[in-house]
Write a protein that binds this ligand. Structure first.
Ligand code: LMR
Length: 394
């Protein structure tokens, strides 16, 4: 039976990770997978995480199962972090999931369970795992235009035009902040207009928020999502703690569903818990417990938020430095969008051939669509990258 299996296409981001590891060159630069790195190239364990883990080892006296939805204190703390003043007390259903990827997966399974014919509208481009999971589950995928390659910004008119063609009940996937891969984000006014369109056309928003705190700050990054949530009757939200708590391998995520009424919340919660049972029974607890400890302890929370703020500002100054280095080399502001983008990623706008030239001649690794992880840079590698970009003729 296993001989019937056919080779699976490798995920382009993960394949790049492997290629980078195998490159023997000392001076190579990894701008591939979305992992934060400090100036020395290390992905550190955050201070508050270390402290919480120490406390946990001392205090934890059982590893017995939690509930199918995980610990409700985790769901409460993380959903409040994401939803802030838009937290809908009696309409919110939550399940903990193994990372943000599973939150997406469980959300799509929920959609398939409730409305098997609903199409999923994805921004063009988007994180490649969005269409990959949807295709695997048989959820019909449609694309909406999003990125304007000329300006490096959002082509909002095209986006609204495409979403205007969505059928009643279709699902619109939005990136909560720090759009992956482009780095170009909606303004608050644009979020409002998208929310109006969603209400008018009776669509379901599904927001993927994996980088809260990496763009303009914890609250600012969630402001668009909160405005949306306060307008729409129903929403799905997938949150990841991988990046903003730096607990990538702990697999810590949360699927939130805002139901149209308190009564529907109960049924929704039950369906989400049942899907957890079908896929993995109980979600992993370690990362979720660490996050819950940090968010519910004033000292730990303040330390975590301060370190996250340093990370965010560090990425912003790398953006500024790269845009300045390119301005100096090209004599133009063609790459000014790099400083305007937010989050870990920017789509540079290079062709696959130019990306290959940068990898071959300069040891610069970025995803084939020219997505760069800005956190992979440091003060010493910014000029090397700027030279490579110019030499490759981008
Ligand atoms: C990325 O986009 O690089 C990250 O979200 C990591 C991943 O799983 O692809």
């Amino acid at each position: 039976m296993l001989s019937a299996l056919t080779p699976q296409a490798p995920d382009k981001i993960l394949a790049l990770m492997a290629a980078f590891r195998e490159d023997p060159r000392e001076a190579k630069i990894d701008l591939g997978v979305g992992v934060y790195k400090d100036a020395t190239g290390l992905t550190p364990v955050m201070r508050a995480v270390k402290t919480a883990e120490r406390q946990l080892v001392e205090a934890q006296d059982t590893k017995v199962y939690t509930g199918l939805a995980g610990d409700p204190v985790f769901a409460d703390a993380l959903s409040r972090l994401v939803l802030g003043d838009a937290w809908p007390a009696d309409r919110l259903a939550c399940v903990a999931t193994p990372g943000g990827t599973s939150a997406i997966r469980q959300g799509l399974e929920l959609i398939r369970m409730a409305a098997p014919d609903a199409a999923l509208w994805l921004s063009m481009p988007t994180w490649p795992n969005h269409p990959a999971i949807a295709n695997y589950l048989g959820v019909p995928v449609r694309e909406y235009r999003y990125f304007d390659a000329e300006t490096g910004g959002v082509d909002f008119a095209a986006m609204m035009d495409d979403l205007g063609r969505a059928a009643t009940g279709d699902v619109v996937m939005l990136h909560g902040c720090c759009h992956n891969p482009t780095g170009a984000n909606l303004t608050l006014d644009q979020w409002d207009a998208v929310a109006d369109l969603i209400v008018e056309r009776d669509l379901l928003p599904f927001v993927d928020i994996a980088y809260q705190g990496f763009g303009d700050g914890l609250d600012a990054d969630a402001a668009g999502l909160r405005a949306l949530v306060s307008k729409v009757p129903e929403a799905l939200i997938a949150a990841s703690c991988s990046k903003n708590f730096g607990i990538y391998r702990e697999r810590t995520g949360l699927l939130m569903a805002i139901a149209p009424s308190a009564k529907r919340r109960q049924v929704t919660q039950g369906a989400m818990a049942a899907l957890n049972r079908l896929n993995f029974s109980f979600p992993p607890d370690h990362g979720a417990r660490v996050v819950q400890m940090i968010l519910t302890d004033d000292t730990l929370r303040a330390d975590w938020a301060a370190e996250l703020e340093d990370v965010r500002k560090g990425m912003l100054s790398l953006r500024e430095a790269l845009a300045t280095a390119l301005r100096a080399r090209t004599g133009s502001d063609r790459f000014g969008f790099l400083a305007a983008h937010r989050g870990m990623f920017s789509l540079l706008g290079a062709t696959p051939e130019q990306v290959e030239v940068m990898r071959r001649d300069h040891g610069v690794y970025m995803v084939g669509d020219s997505r760069m992880n800005i956190a992979g840079l440091n003060a010493a590698t910014v000029p090397i990258l700027a030279d490579a970009i110019v030499a490759a003729g981008v």
